[in-house]
Design a protein around this ligand. Sequence first.
Ligand SMILES: NC(=O)c1ccc[n+]([C@@H]2O[C@H](COP(=O)([O-])OP(=O)(O)OC[C@H]3O[C@@H](n4cnc5c(N)ncnc54)[C@H](OP(=O)(O)O)[C@@H]3O)[C@@H](O)[C@H]2O)c1
Length: 289
Amino acid sequence: MNITSSSVAIITGASSGIGKSLALQLSAKGVSVVLVARRTELINELAEQIRANNGKALAITADVSVKSDAEMVVQKTLETFKTVDILINNAGRGNRASVEDTTQEMLDSIFGVNVYSLWYMTAAVLPTMKANRRGHIMNIASVAGKTGYPFNSAYVAAKHACVGFTSSLRTELVETGVEATVVCPAGVTTDWGAVTDGGPISDIFRGGIMKAKTIALERGVELPPLTGMISPDEAAEIMIRGIEAGSVSDIFTHQGSHEQSIALATDRASFEQKLLPLYLGMQQTYWGE
Ligand SMILES: NC(=O)c1ccc[n+]([C@@H]2O[C@H](COP(=O)([O-])OP(=O)(O)OC[C@H]3O[C@@H](n4cnc5c(N)ncnc54)[C@H](OP(=O)(O)O)[C@@H]3O)[C@@H](O)[C@H]2O)c1
């Protein structure tokens, strides 16, 4: 889709990380940006920074896992900017818990922000986008929307739901002028790994990777190279290029992720066997063995 200085974009989760980078990069292109998150101070500061650079920004405090909040965001956007062209469902949070340690509260919270918000926000923008016959809805999933990782099954299941939701949405929107894409990033250097329900999942990954090296050596197997991290600015650049490219489908931000998803779809068992030392390392780290 053409991004112009008359475009209006709603970005959820704009108070930090990828969402903040998306807001800054889109506003640098002249786009009017609507910054949505729960931390009012951070989105207000960002809005001021954008306005100081002659950009157009509206900060709205909202919890997108609450339907009335999501609807209020779209209503205020239309009141202020009269239209909406781009919706980036970026707000998200991970979790850290074995399947048996996953509480009802955690399930509700993780599915609320990563899954239910997609319906709430998307349903609220669709009437305008369909009437305009123009729009792009981008959902930020994860490589965890394609593959499993231990000890964050609620997040992994939620991001698989995000991928499924987007596939369904795309088929529903054919020939309406409204596009939908899903993005599957691997590691991005943001607060994400630290801000997860149940404690930092990054500790389990970090500990697991360290232990995996020893386990691989002991078992005489080779650990496949793990995907490197990218910055939120790099991730945002790729995402914006994805919107500009038009109706592409799944967007992978990291080298090797697309090939990994093909390998998984072809033979999940072989893929998992290669990563066995990592899973065992994460098991030892989680259970403190
Ligand atoms: N970083 C990674 O390695 C990575 C990899 C793959 C996918 N992702 C995905 O990328 C997206 C952005 O994450 P990030 O890496 O930029 O992490 P981040 O810096 O922690 O950003 C998460 C954003 O989501 C917002 N948020 C969380 N719960 C919310 C709610 N209920 N309502 C409104 N906003 C909410 C947070 O704002 P408030 O706390 O102010 O509400 C924050 O702005 C997420 O969907 C994440 O799952 C990240």
